[in-house]
Design a protein around this ligand. Structure first.
Ligand SMILES: Nc1ncnc2c1ncn2[C@@H]1O[C@H](COP(=O)(O)OP(=O)(O)OP(=O)(O)O)[C@@H](O)[C@H]1O
Ligand SMILES: [Mg+2]
Length: 406
């Protein structure tokens, strides 16, 4: 519930640092956009053209994760609502289970009745009929969620909407898409089919100063005055730039965790040490999330565990322990608890075979997902758990699978 952070009937300790937690959340729509004048200007221009009744090209927004695409589109949505007669619908395609659901989702957003299985042409007809009377701007975020980048054919109906429905006035609809997926970006940019059909808008990665400005503004709004040091924030901004690919979501998450850490210690301002602890915690939570999407990392971690069991005769790695937790329902690969500790050889051999089984499961999993054959993957054969964990961190940073040998 929005605002619930502020509920306090005098029985809870008064917060010492954060007063508006929602402002540190990555989903919070900022009041002011920092350093995106050019990109925002381009999108506003398109909306103004629509208002004039001019047909616009679909806009395709590219930019790495945390570069402000969603924030910019949300601000555009808000301002378009406020200032024009255009209806604006926003859908995040990542949340859809299958590509065809994009149509029913858009219809739902428009308030149209939907039925599964009517077929794309019927859905499109309904949408076309609707926009004939109600001019609408469609914003589809994380478009890679429904695109097969080998042809990106799923985009056709939207990109060629005015060809399919020549009778719908051009100023009555506009499409804006966004993606952080490089493969999709490269694919679309190189398809001759899309040349001249799309207006590309690029969100370059932020520099240190921009990161600092954005964080500073949010932190100032969220925190009780004088609870943070500008130097600490600057230091974090540099880290976000150098180690997190300028991902502002990470910046905000790490800073929020730092505040929690400082509050937990009952301090009244955030220190560099709090940020260090928060970074570690954030890294692990990212790793956890990644485990379920990138099995290869899980495999590395399992290798690390196997090695530490075999070499040290037990596991003393709380940072990896979540993998071993049999209650961890999200993981199909949890190692049963009874195998997690113990130094006797018989048990170790058992553990080893369990891990071998897990690895086999992974091979099958990878084969099914067709990532098995990609040349991006080479098995990490390091026997040092620390090194393996370092490697997984590196992979996460680079957002791709790297090749290593030891
Ligand atoms: N220029 C900006 N001004 C103010 N806040 C910003 C700006 N850019 C990013 N942010 C904030 O940083 C966080 C991450 O940005 P956002 O979610 O828009 O990134 P994104 O490009 O959509 O990333 P992804 O590709 O992962 O979806 C958000 O909380 C957003 O409000
Ligand atoms: Mg986004």
């Amino acid at each position: 519930m929005e605002g619930e952070d502020n509920i306090n009937w005098g029985v809870l300790p008064t917060p010492k640092i954060i007063q508006h937690r929602e402002k540190l959340r990555p989903t919070y729509v900022p009041e002011v956009l920092v350093g995106r004048d050019h990109q925002y200007g381009k999108l506003v221009k398109a909306v103004l053209e629509l208002v004039e009744g001019i047909t616009i090209l679909p806009h395709m927004i590219y930019g790495s994760s945390g570069s402000g695409k969603t924030a910019t589109m949300k601000v555009l949505q808000k301002e378009t609502h406020r200032r024009t007669n255009k209806n604006v619908v926003y859908v995040n395609a990542r949340t859809l289970k299958t590509p065809v659901l994009i149509y029913t989702q858009l219809m739902k957003e428009l308030g149209l009745p939907t039925k599964i299985g009517l077929g794309i042409p019927t859905y499109l007809n309904n949408i076309a009929e609707y926009v004939t009377d109600n001019p609408t701007l469609f914003i589809i975020d994380e478009i890679d969620g429904i695109i097969d980048s080998s042809g990106a054919k799923e985009l056709y109906p939207f990109i060629r909407f005015n060809e399919i429905y020549p009778n719908v006035p051009g100023g009555n609809f506009g499409f804006m898409f966004a993606t952080n997926n490089m493969d999709v970006q490269i694919a679309i940019s190189s398809f001759t089919d899309y040349k001249g059909y799309l207006e590309e808008v690029r969100f370059d990665a932020y520099g240190v100063e921009e990161i600092y400005h954005i964080l500073h503004q949010r932190v100032r709004e969220a925190l009780i005055p004088k609870t943070f040091d500008e130097k600490v924030l600057h230091n974090l901004s540099e880290k976000i730039f150098y180690q997190h690919n300028s991902n502002l979501r990470h910046g905000l998450q790490i800073f929020a965790l730092s505040c929690d850490e400082a509050e937990k210690k009952r301090r009244d301002s955030v220190s560099r040490e709090d940020v260090l602890i928060a970074e570690e915690e954030h890294m692990l939570s990212e790793l956890r999330k990644q485990m379920y999407t990138e099995p290869i990392i899980t495999l590395f971690v399992i290798r690390a565990i196997t090695q530490s069991i075999i070499e040290d005769g037990g596991i003393d790695r709380p940072d990896l322990y979540f993998l071993l937790n049999p209650k961890n329902k999200e993981s199909n690969y949890a190692i049963p608890e009874q195998y997690a500790t113990g130094s006797d050889t018989y048990l170790n051999r058992q553990i080893y075979s369990v891990v071998r089984d897990l690895e086999k499961q992974f091979m099958v999993h990878l084969k099914q997902k067709n990532v098995y054959k990609t040349d991006k993957i080479t098995w990490c054969s390091s026997s040092d758990p620390k090194e393996v964990l370092e490697l997984t961190k590196k992979i996460m940073e680079e957002k791709k699978l790297v090749t290593t040998h030891s």
